[in-house]
Design a protein around this ligand. Structure first.
Ligand code: NAD
Length: 362
């Protein structure tokens, strides 16, 4: 297959982790007979420096033309003045909006090698495999805001269409996995949550009768996520609840450097990025953990290119590299960690053992 993957390295460690991920994608492409092109564009701080805006028009158009977008990270101390008119994160928000992306997927699958790095007891984490689907474009973050000298308000609103589309994404994902979806809301208090719950129940009944749907209040979900994370599979929720629950869920995995994400819309287009930021404290040293970005490539292959075997192959290879203790400094616990490039090379070597299709062809 020929595919175009727009590459947005961004700032800080972004260029280092995306370069490592591209080396893995090239290796997968060679093994499976695909032809991937990686046109590169500026976003974030580097785009402000070069073009005066965090999302140049050429970047947006390039991303629209591409089959998928791989992003490193944006931001850093150089652009962090809160009073600045243009800020790197605006580039990310504008990109999601410009590509019509409304569902953010964050898989959390703690690897045995990183269990000790999590503040949660290891026996609770074994076998955890969760995807949180967060609505990205509506809710209280985007509602009308007011401020007077002695009061302020933020409006939380959702339309049926906004709820339906993210729920359909979550139901489809649940169908591909264990056929179990938990929809999280605060329907005992909020009207938007009551609408959310009604829409979830209708879509489940009418379109996905094969998927088991449960409703959970967000406060109890926050407890269950830590107390019995193994019981969950796909969790779907609105923007602010998702923002909080995904950060909580990331603690299950131990290291920020292991968590990928995907932002998806109606079609196959998607934006794939590690959940960590630009890590200015280690940028330029060649020691950043590339696994979250490499695992984001697995999501890209699965959701935008429908290359399921290739996606599984990358995930197995990262597991293999971690099993072989190919650790960067953040995972090495005091020991000396591998460089970013050496960790990517460890994954490439593991592809040999874990790309079953290629083995048959060899
Ligand atoms: P961060 O995720 O960049 O770093 C937090 C800590 O984790 C740091 O100590 C860092 O060294 C470490 N870390 C992060 N990723 C790592 C990796 N791959 N390997 C090894 N260690 C890693 O968060 P922060 O320090 O709060 O933010 C730094 C900058 O990144 C800020 O400008 C922030 O706005 C931006 N940011 C961007 C995104 C994004 O692009 N999506 C997300 C979060 C933060």
């Amino acid at each position: 297959m020929h595919a175009e993957i727009a590459l947005l390295p961004g700032d800080g460690i972004g260029p280092e982790v995306t370069a490592a991920a591209v080396s893995v994608l090239r290796s997968v492409a060679r093994r499976h007979g695909h032809d991937f092109a990686f046109p590169e564009y500026d976003v974030g701080g580097i785009a402000i420096d070069r073009h005066g805006v965090p999302l140049p028009e050429a970047t947006l158009q390039g991303c629209r033309r591409a089959d998928a977008v791989l992003l490193g990270a944006v931001g850093g101390p150089k652009w962090s003045d809160p009073n600045a008119k243009v800020r790197p994160e605006q580039g990310l928000l504008a990109l999601r909006k410009g590509l019509g992306l409304f569902a953010n997927l964050r898989p959390v699958r703690p690897h045995p090698a990183a269990l000790d790095a999590s503040p949660i007891k290891p026996h609770l984490l074994t076998g955890v495999d969760i995807v949180v689907v967060r609505e990205l474009t509506g809710g209280i973050y985007f509602g009308e805001k007011t401020r007077t000298a002695d009061a302020a308000s933020d409006l939380c609103s959702y339309s049926v269409v906004e709820i339906e589309r993210v729920l359909r994404s979550a139901f489809r994902l649940a169908r591909l996995r264990r056929g179990y979806l938990v929809s999280v809301d605060k329907a005992n208090v909020l009207e938007t949550s009551r609408l959310w719950r009604d829409v979830a129940a209708r879509i489940g009944r009418e379109e996905f009768p094969d998927v088991r749907l449960e409703h959970q209040l967000v406060d109890s979900m926050a407890m269950h996520l830590l107390a019995r994370p193994r019981e969950y599979d796909v969790i779907v929720t609105e923007n602010m609840f998702g923002d909080i629950l995904t950060d909580e869920a990331s603690m299950l995995a131990g290291s920020l450097g292991l968590l990928p994400s995907a932002s998806l819309g109606d079609g196959k287009a998607g934006l794939y990025e590690p959940i960590h930021g630009s890590a200015p404290d280690i940028a330029g040293k060649g020691i950043a953990n590339p696994y979250a970005t490499i695992l984001s490539c697995a999501l890209l292959l699965r959701h935008s290119l429908e290359l399921h075997e290739e996606a599984d192959c990358i995930e197995r290879a990262v597991d293999g590299a971690l099993n072989a203790q190919a650790f960067t400094g953040d995972l090495a616990r005091g020991g000396r960690g591998l460089s970013t490039a050496a960790a990517a090379q460890a994954v490439i070597e593991q592809l040999q053992a874990h790309c079953y299709v290629a083995e048959l062809r060899d």
